[in-house]
Design a protein around this ligand. Structure first.
Ligand code: DLL
Length: 433
């Protein structure tokens, strides 16, 4: 079902008209109400009336995460606090908080956008949905909650943790849809197997995963273990949380709610705007937010856009799955290495994974990368010779893919720490100066 087909299936011309109207309104509003935007506009000699066509968005400066951190906590809010009814925050990788506010209208809009993406995934009022995202400052729990409620699904606000209890609830309450990070879904699968649960007999039929990358292989693994269809949805706190984009039944990318988030792809090095099909950094402008409008936010997430027609009937552009972030990139002995490349190799090798960790250290002047990866249960009892061969194989494949040598350490099943939220894959122990 298409939740708001008037918008989701709109023709391009009408969509662009809406986008321009909304862009002009938000640009005027931030200029009047947020001193930070007035200052950066004035510094560049830009006036709100300079935006007369959609392409004029390129005249506006990018907003980077530092703008949020430097204006902590409420400096970028565009309404008085009495109109703010909710706060969320994200600590990000640096540990400094980015705080986001919502008005009553923002919460209504957000719920509607989530209703769109859960409907894309095929969730209806017949479903019993277990939300295993943290309820708190993280946008995942409350974000999904209100959208699912709007659709009329029966919600189990399970939050994270107490994994055995989660499995028991799935059985007792006949959960049909699961909401979590993909890594927590894998963790819960292990717990269910330990408990001797026959997962093919659970009522689960669909998973809505998000909050972190989920490679095609990881998705397959989740589908296989849980006997359900896995869908991906994307968002980030700075533009409001989940609800930016979601996957429909046909896959092939995530439809962006473009009437609310104007997407651009840029070259992360030069800032130049790239065309459809070209891979680069996603930049988002929130077109309708009252409390926390944000212009041209550099997400650091790498993807590409397509406007190819989708068989589902939605006309909103699709973004490719985000497999990594620009700032995920490790520089090892001068070579750029993305964790997603390593994950690809691991998931393509039988007998290991999906749990792994990358440990980066520095010995003298030389960077050292160690890939620690778990053996799967059946391999753990394997012969020493076989393990040695597996290790050698993996080392060779990594060398070929990354063009640098990496150490490989095969570790016991379940020995890498599990998380109930986003997985922590990189441990960079190199001194920062
Ligand atoms: O993770 C919002 C969210 C919650 C999205 C639940 C979907 C479901 P943050 O904690 O601010 O917000 O983290 C945002 O997580 O910039 C991406 O790098 C990454 N991310 C989020 N969803 C996906 C996804 C939420 N589906 C950051 N695929 C983003 C890949 C994702 N990466």
């Amino acid at each position: 079902m298409i939740w708001e087909s008037h918008y989701e299936s709109m023709n391009r011309e009408d969509m662009q008209t809406i986008q321009l109207d909304r862009l002009q309104a938000v640009v005027h509003s931030v200029y009047e109400t947020v001193p930070y935007y007035r200052k950066v506009f004035d510094e560049r000699g830009i006036k709100p009336q300079d935006i007369s066509r959609l392409e004029d968005i390129r005249k506006l400066p990018f907003t980077e995460k530092d703008a949020l951190i430097n204006n902590y906590p409420f400096g970028l809010f565009a309404v008085p606090m009495k109109d703010v009814v909710r706060l969320h925050a994200s600590s990000g990788t640096t540990g400094r908080q980015k705080v986001i506010g919502y008005t009553k209208r923002d919460i209504r809009t957000w719920s509607n956008l989530i209703a769109r993406i859960v409907s894309m995934a095929g969730v209806t009022d017949e479903d019993v949905v277990q939300i295993c995202f943290g309820y708190g400052l993280f946008t995942g729990g409350f974000g999904l909650h209100y959208g699912l409620e709007k659709v009329g699904a029966t919600i189990i606000p399970a939050s994270t943790g107490n994994t055995e209890r989660q499995i028991a609830m799935m059985q007792d309450f006949s959960t049909t849809a699961l909401v979590s990070t993909p890594s927590y879904a894998l963790y819960m699968a292990e717990a269910a197997e330990d408990m001797g649960v026959d997962m093919s007999r659970l009522k689960l039929r669909v998973g809505l995963f998000g909050g972190e990358p989920c490679s095609e292989n990881m998705k397959k693994e989740i589908e296989l273990r849980w006997h359900m269809k896995a869908t991906d949805n994307y968002g980030l706190s700075e533009v409001g949380g989940p609800g930016v984009a979601g996957e429909c039944e046909f896959g092939g990318g995530l439809h962006i709610n473009e009437d609310h988030f104007y997407p651009e792809i840029i070259d992360p090095e030069t800032g130049e705007v790239l065309g459809l099909g070209e891979t680069g950094e996603l930049v988002l402008t929130a077109l309708t937010k009252e409390a926390f409008p944000i212009l041209r936010y550099r997400t650091r997430d790498l993807t590409a856009l397509t406007d190819e027609p989708c068989p589902c009937g939605r006309t909103m552009v699709r973004m490719k799955k985000v497999s990594h972030r620009a700032d995920d990139m490790l520089i090892i002995r001068g070579v750029n290495v993305y964790p997603a490349q390593i994950e690809g190799v691991i998931m393509d090798t039988e007998g290991i994974g999906p749990h792994y960790q990358l440990i980066v250290t520095k010995k003298g002047y030389l960077d050292d990368l160690e890939v620690q990866v778990e053996l799967s249960g059946d391999r753990f009892t394997g012969k020493f010779k076989e393990l040695e061969e597996l290790e050698r194989n993996l080392r060779a494949k990594l060398q070929k893919t990354l063009s640098i040598s990496a150490k490989v350490k095969l570790v016991e099943p379940r020995s890498i720490e599990r998380t109930v939220g986003k997985a922590k894959r990189i441990i960079d122990l190199r001194p920062t100066d």
